[in-house]
Design a protein around this ligand. Structure first.
Ligand code: RIB
Ligand code: CA
Length: 329
């Protein structure tokens, strides 16, 4: 019996590594990419929409609706990451502009409609946020009825250990801590399972220069050339011989869950700390569960936190997909 492809929706701030994730989601035969919502983060939201449209056009997926979402965090002052992703947010590659236009709906409306349709057809989507969680917080609090249309949320964000935006906090959560806290709390309220693909695994699936060269050599301004060019940009910017595929790892989880090891752990988002604001406080205490003497008690949100990843396995999955080696869609 052939299994049907998994319905999937991405929320992005494209973004060099978001682009790597979009290519995988658009091309892998095990996935049915239903929609992409955009949010300000790595770059302003209009740049994110432009970059996302051009990636999907490169992958031959102009059938996938793309919608513009939140321009800024719910409360925090926006800070972009162009020092990482380039001035245009996608490696300053000069990649051809897309001809397709964005969906006229706001991203939250597109997400609402896609989730409701998924519920109606009895095939809930896997929601994969790869950016600040502003759209997701707005969706779940505004339209809690979408919950039956969401099988699970696999999000790139947070860290059980060190941050990257600050010593404490990972960029997506740091960019909008209130949204992260609301989105996770709402998902827990609505009984939507959560998997966190955080910094504890994010940097391990790397693509070496020689594989980037193989991808670029395919040429034709196609998905392989784009993917290899994105890795080359990171290698050059950070003077490395290999670079992470970043957000694409979270999409690999949906395709090949066996590539990660997770533990179900209580998690809180720090909102008030001066030096720790935006930190995902993952409770890894190995105890009998005697919370009686803990003034905070157990966090209400429990998340499957990815603590280990088979980086080479996910690198192979991403490269083989871009090279068209994983069977027909
Ligand atoms: O911390 C890494 C995350 O921040 C990734 O999603 C990257 O694209 C940026 O959004
Ligand atoms: Ca991202």
């Amino acid at each position: 019996m052939t299994t049907q492809p998994t319905p999937i929706v991405l929320d992005v701030d494209t973004g060099v590594d978001d682009a790597c994730a979009l290519l995988l989601a658009a091309l892998h035969p095990a996935l049915d990419l239903r929609a992409v919502s955009c949010v300000g983060g790595n770059a302003p939201v209009d740049d994110v929409v432009r970059n996302t449209l051009r990636v999907l056009e490169t992958a031959g997926r102009t059938d996938v609706p793309v919608a513009r979402g939140a321009e800024r965090p719910l409360l925090a002052t926006p800070v972009d990451a162009r020092h990482v992703h380039g001035d245009d947010g996608m490696g300053d590659l000069g990649w051809p502009p897309a001809r397709a236009a964005a969906d006229p709906r706001h991203a939250v409306e597109l997400l609402r409609d896609v989730c409701r349709e998924a519920a109606a057809e009895g095939r809930p989507v896997t929601l994969v946020p790869l950016a600040p969680l502003t759209n997701i917080a707005l969706l779940l609090r505004t339209h809690p009825d979408v919950a039956p249309g969401i099988a699970e949320i696999v999000f790139m964000g947070g860290a059980a250990a060190a941050g990257n935006a600050t010593a404490s906090a990972e960029f997506n959560v740091f960019h909008d801590p209130e949204a992260a806290a609301i989105a996770l709390d709402a998902a827990a309220d609505l009984g939507i399972p959560l998997t966190m693909y955080g910094l504890d695994v994010f940097y391990q699936p790397v693509v070496p220069a020689e594989l980037a060269d193989e991808l670029v050599a395919v040429g034709g301004r196609g998905p392989a050339e784009l993917g290899g060019s994105l890795i080359r940009f990171q290698n050059a910017r950070f003077n490395r011989s290999a670079s992470t595929m970043g957000d694409a790892g979270a999409v690999c989880v949906v395709i090949d869950r066996g590539g990660i090891h997770t533990e179900p752990l209580p998690l809180r988002v720090e909102l008030a700390g001066h030096w720790s604001r935006g930190r995902t406080i993952v409770d890894r205490r190995d105890w009998s569960g005697d919370l009686a003497h803990d003034p905070h008690g157990e966090a209400p949100v429990r998340v499957d936190v990815a603590l280990e990843v088979d980086g080479a396995r996910y690198t192979r999955l991403w490269v083989d997909t871009l090279l068209g080696r994983v069977g027909e869609r």
